[in-house]
Write a protein that binds this ligand. Structure first.
Ligand SMILES: CC(C)(COP(=O)(O)OP(=O)(O)OC[C@H]1O[C@@H](n2cnc3c(N)ncnc32)[C@H](O)[C@@H]1OP(=O)(O)O)[C@@H](O)C(=O)NCCC(=O)NCCS
Length: 150
């Protein structure tokens, strides 16, 4: 796949569901089901965004905002589109969307072993605030990261 250097970012719509289901399957050991993804798309409490390059959905993010705190719940980039800066573009888009929705900070959880995601979050200004030992079923620790919004 040739990756468009300036992908379009837009709110996800119902017709993006199957592409997001596919992204989940190839990106996570515990992919969200089609039913829960449909719930995400239909939920007024979520900011759900997709990145489109050459007419194809190549990334997505889901964020919830409650009061002054946003939670980045999911971000994924299609395997063939990784390492081209798209993850960073998606996270920066999340930060803008969270700030516009009134958040003063963004929190997320990442597996301590997820090198790619940890590099992405370090590059976008997140700091570790907690470690949850053996949080995941396989015994991996979860790191809780925070990005304070200006
Ligand atoms: C994490 C993920 C979204 C990164 O997407 P991406 O488009 O490859 O990320 P980018 O190209 O924007 O890279 C952002 C930074 O992370 C670094 N990075 C990305 N992948 C990396 C890897 N595998 N190893 C080391 N560093 C990596 C890049 O070098 C870049 O750093 P820089 O800006 O200092 O050069 C992607 O790997 C993915 O979808 N993984 C599976 C889903 C997942 O784990 N999501 C996060 C759950 S918490």
């Amino acid at each position: 796949m040739t990756v468009d250097p300036s992908p379009d970012l837009r709110p996800a719509a119902g017709e993006d569901l199957s592409a997001i289901v596919q992204l989940e399957r190839v990106s996570f050991d515990d992919p969200w089901s089609a039913a829960s993804l449909a719930g995400e798309l239909g939920s007024g409490g979520r900011i759900v965004r997709v990145a489109e390059a050459s007419g194809e959905v190549v990334g997505w993010s889901s964020t919830s905002v409650v009061g002054d705190t946003a939670d980045l719940l999911r971000v994924a980039v299609a395997p063939t589109a990784r390492r081209h800066g798209l993850g960073r573009v998606l996270v920066e888009d999340v930060l803008r969307g969270a700030a516009s929705a009134g958040a003063e900070r963004v929190l997320l959880e990442v597996a301590a072993t997820n090198t790619a995601a940890r590099a992405l979050y370090a590059a976008t200004g997140f700091d570790q605030i907690h470690r949850r030992r053996r949080y995941y079923a396989d015994g991996t620790d979860a790191l809780v990261l925070e990005r304070v919004l200006a």
